[in-house]
Design a protein around this ligand. Structure first.
Ligand SMILES: [Cu+2]
Length: 141
């Protein structure tokens, strides 16, 4: 038991620093681009439902840095992780929003985060292809 205990201790001292870094979302990851994007809210995170996401149909993002170095992301529906401390209070499904995304290097998991959200007037016209125009693709992750 004592051997097992010290083994576990040794193992946890190796693993824990890595876990802590991962939980903080790699604070040292440099921001490679920031984008101010408009879109429509499709779903909101729900308490107790880990899979529920902040999902947005966004307009095209010209400056988006792709993994292959190319630029741009077409309009689509996709989930966006929120940076720590970003509140969605007052944001409802169907709202038109302007939000700010920080992008970090593409080799990280979820290499982007929403750092601010602002609700736009409901009469705001977004540039999103309608279903008649072929609609937008959906990306789950
Ligand atoms: Cu997208």
């Amino acid at each position: 038991m004592r051997i097992l205990g010290s083994l576990l201790f040794a193992a946890s001292s190796l693993v824990l620093p890595g876990l802590l870094t991962a939980c903080k979302g790699s604070p040292a990851a440099p921001v490679v681009a920031t984008h101010v994007v408009r879109g429509r809210v499709e779903s909101l995170p729900q308490k107790g439902v880990p899979a529920a996401a902040f999902s947005v149909t966004h307009e095209a993002i010209e400056g988006w840095v792709r993994g292959n170095g190319a630029k741009g992301m077409a309009s689509m529906t996709m989930p966006f992780p929120l940076a720590d401390g970003v509140s969605l209070e007052g944001v409802a499904v169907g709202d038109k929003i302007e939000f700010k995304i920080e992008q970090t290097p593409a080799n990280k998991t979820k290499p982007y985060k929403v750092v601010a959200v602002k609700v736009l007037p409901s009469e705001t016209e977004l540039t999103i292809p309608t279903d008649e125009e072929g609609g937008v693709p959906s990306r789950s992750e």
